[in-house]
Design a protein around this ligand. Sequence first.
Ligand code: CP3
Length: 358
Amino acid sequence: DERAADRPIPNPATADSAFLRACRGEPVPHTPVWFMRQAGRSLPEYRELRRGTAMLESCMRPDLVTEITLQPVRRHHVDAAIYFSDIVVPIKAIGFDIDIKPGVGPVAPDPIRSLADLDRLPLLEPGHVDYVTEAIGMLTAELGATPLIGFAGAPFTVASYLVEGGPSKNHERTKAMMYGAPDLWAALLDRLADITAAFLKVQIEAGASAVQLFDSWAGALAPEDYRRYVLPASVKVFDAVASYGVPRIHFGVGTGEILGLMSQAGADVVGVDWRVPLDEAARRVGGGKPLQGNLDPAVLFAPREAVETKTREILDAGRAAPGHIFNLGHGVLPDTDPEVLTRLVDFVHTTTRTSAVH
Ligand code: CP3
């Protein structure tokens, strides 16, 4: 165990949970399940609670964060909670002008275009995000033995919003900076790595039992470009939190060609989207790491039999890895019927409880 002696032991009440056991590649009582975006618009109780409160404002209110985070745990009986926040929360917290436009996503009116612009990205101090520490304290008290997953956006994915000024299909300005101003790009990613690492540390020290680094858009890059322009910053983030000993999950969309590199960045568990079967993902990841995934979120709109057939295939393929955390291949789509999610959790639990599990 490489955990530093001066670091607190992360929430010991959750240590024997199915989720953390699977993250460590240990035998499990059932395959654990949680869903990316399990809190959010698919739940009527979420829409009700959020009425009249802007997204980023709700992320800064510990009472709302706590309630929204707990909603899917109560309703679906998932094996882990994910802290309700957004990848741009630490950026907003350090004073950078960014907002989340409903139905659009993060928008930055004055994007990063030059080295001088980095002055608008000061390092994150724990005091910038006291509401996170407060909310996680409330959450871990309520959650008991159910682990809380903290998260952050990876430097590349956050940079894409800061450089484009908003969501982007082709990431053209981001790539123009990466190839055309490599020193500026490296400085931006290094700064974001420090901010991201500080934000994850706050969550772990407050009681998060695992962390997930979302590099959602890294699949837009060729492997050699990922290796040269992105990997060093993600390595810096993972290294900065290694000594806590909490599982570090790494996820992106369309990452089939870079799963090995994303694993090398320092992930303990690799998240996989629906495009690569988990047995093939296990080969690409190498090193015998647990995997997380990977039901296509659109499958949840198909009849129950189709959902169960696809789920069985994923559970079978997941046996190729030393541990499997069942999840979707990306976030829950807003129009998903929440009852389908509840049924899916139960299906995974009962199916894997009665069969021989690794
Ligand atoms: O339950 C959970 O998974 C935790 C909640 C969560 C949110 N954002 C809440 C949210 C998580 C993990 C995120 C991460 C996030 N945010 C990512 C990485 C994960 C991924 O989906 O790939 C990215 C790329 C973002 C940026 C972002 N924020 C987008 C693209 C959007 C959607 C815009 C829209 O309205 O369709 C947001 C807004 C956002 N973040 C919402 C939620 C619940 C919707 C806002 C609302 O409910 O009003």
